[in-house]
Ligand binder design. Structure first.
Ligand code: SF4
Length: 486
């Protein structure tokens, strides 16, 4: 598909709009006032005349053509309007007519749609004004306006009390007992890297101690701790304890409001590990069934059963965890609407404090290259709708929401919580409002200053072997953290 830009250079944003309709397509960019291609194309033009501005798009797709025009004559509007947004709207409408697809998030293409609502709330806009802007400006559906607005409201009380001197720690454990078929993380199966784990832990402890010293010099206050991965509980109880004790010795833990360890895979959970976590300050665990259908679990390469999930959940409750997250995925291969509904209904009965609904559409992405509407009728869409209805009806609130890039059907991942159980870390990281000092392979530190607004990243090496090999070089780069706060 060729995108032809005339009188403008909004290629990034406008390509993002095109991907809502034909996600996995390769786009060629051309800057020209003429249409000279045999390919399908979108011609996107901004032309300034003496007393007016003409914006128009012509889309040619699968032998059909659609034109959309906007003429701006008001002098003030010419000077102040967002022409990129206007062109996005025209392109959206033209492609929607040609494909029959109506992406529910409208022209919001970024991964954090709630940010727009948060910005408007911070400017004191009313609910009506926010909905008007979302629907008229961004062409967002009522359903998505509702979910974005509810999420922003739940986040507000967390964000309003955020201490600008606070920070979170992220510890990366990029190992799993086996690899799930849909996994896109930098995680390695434990069978293939059992030998490197001790050295990895040794380096991780050194990085934790180094960061502890750094934090003392800067004067930051530890607010939340998060062990992610991978599956941190792939480690033994002794290894987990060593890491947790090193954190305790290196940081002032008195202000820690939340301490999460992802114990994602039930096949890694033992009573000894859960007790170790609890004894060493962990307040929240994540135990993820993904589905309560054994056939689907098998098809996705998860080496555990539904029963093991229930047993692990019960064990965590017995040991005293009163904040448990469970992840599910909508759109898994072999899953059906009925089986997904069963998963949601049973989990609601189990009443975890957090329930995160992810959407998976990898398989469909390839087929969707052709923008075929029937392909976009993704069962994940109906699954997400069902989960939303049921969770809202059972006193769960959405507290964070993000979309994956080029996500088919333009769906999203939503974290739901029971009253008072919003995961602080998830909100901070998603809204980019707090510094996250991240350690381990694949971890990326996010340095945030709110006033003035600044955001910088420091990346660790991606794979455990690289992390071990180039450890000293990587640590030397972390000096940049002090410069950020200087
Ligand atoms: S448990 Fe998570 S991180 Fe590990 S392989 Fe499966 S999807 Fe990937």
């Amino acid at each position: 598909m060729t995108l032809i830009f005339s009188g403008n250079d909004y290629k990034y944003e406008l390509e993002g709009v095109m991907k809502l309709f034909i996600p996995a397509t390769l786009f060629t960019h051309v800057f020209s006032d003429k249409i000279e291609t045999e390919d399908d194309f979108a011609f996107i033009r901004e032309k300034n005349y003496k007393n007016f501005v003409l914006l128009y798009v012509i889309c040619s797709y699968k032998g059909r053509i659609c034109r959309k025009v906007r003429r701006i004559t008001d002098r003030n509007e010419i000077l102040s309007c967002d022409k990129e947004l206007y062109l996005s709207q025209l392109l959206y409408k033209a492609m929607s007519e040609l494909t029959g697809i109506v992406p529910k998030w409208g022209v919001i293409t970024g991964i954090r749609p709630v940010k727009r609502v948060n910005d408007m709330l911070n400017k004191g806009r009313s609910k009506e004004e926010i909905f008007d802007a979302m629907e008229e400006k961004y062409l967002c559906s009522r359903e998505k306006c509702d979910i974005a607005y509810e999420t922003a409201l739940t986040q507000k009380k967390v964000l309003d009390t955020l201490d600008p001197k606070s920070f979170s720690l992220y510890i990366s454990i990029p190992f799993c007992p086996s690899r799930c078929s849909y996994c896109s993380f930098v995680s390695q199966s434990v069978e293939s890297c059992l030998k490197i784990i001790p050295e990895y832990i040794e380096h991780l402890c050194r990085e934790i101690k180094y960061t502890g010293e750094l934090v003392k010099r800067i004067g930051l206050k530890l607010n939340t701790v998060y062990f992610g991965g991978g599956t941190p509980t792939t480690l033994t109880a002794e290894q987990l304890e060593l890491l947790m004790k090193t954190i305790e010795d290196s940081f002032d833990m008195s202000g820690v409001a939340e301490y999460t360890v992802e114990a994602g895979r039930p096949d890694t959970i033992t009573e000894e590990k859960l007790r170790t976590l609890k004894l060493n300050g962990c307040t929240r665990v994540s135990i993820n069934p993904q589905t309560l259908n054994d056939e689907v679990l098998k098809a996705m390469g998860r080496r555990h059963t539904v029963k093991e999930f229930y047993d692990s959940f019960e064990l965590a409750r017995k040991i005293g965890f009163d904040s448990i997250n469970t992840d599910v995925i909508a759109g898994l291969s072999k899953d059906t609407i009925e089986s997904f509904k069963f998963t949601i209904d049973k989990l609601i009965e189990l009443a975890p404090e957090n329930l995160t609904v992810h959407t998976l559409s990898i398989k469909r992405a390839a087929r969707l290259n052709h923008g075929d509407k029937s392909e976009l009728e993704n069962p994940a869409d109906r699954m997400v709708e069902y989960a939303t209805k049921m969770l809202m009806g059972n006193e769960y609130k959405p507290y964070y929401l993000y979309r994956q890039k080029n996500m088919v059907g333009n769906l999203e991942n939503i974290g739901w919580c029971r009253q008072g159980f919003e995961s602080l870390y998830n909100i901070y990281i998603m809204e980019e409002v707090q510094t996250i000092l991240a350690m381990g392979a694949g971890a990326s530190t996010k340095l945030v200053s709110l006033d003035p607004r600044r955001l910088e990243r420091v990346f660790n090496y991606k794979f455990p072997l690289e992390y071990d090999k180039h450890f000293d070089l990587m640590i030397s780069r972390k000096k940049g953290i002090e410069d950020f706060y200087a």
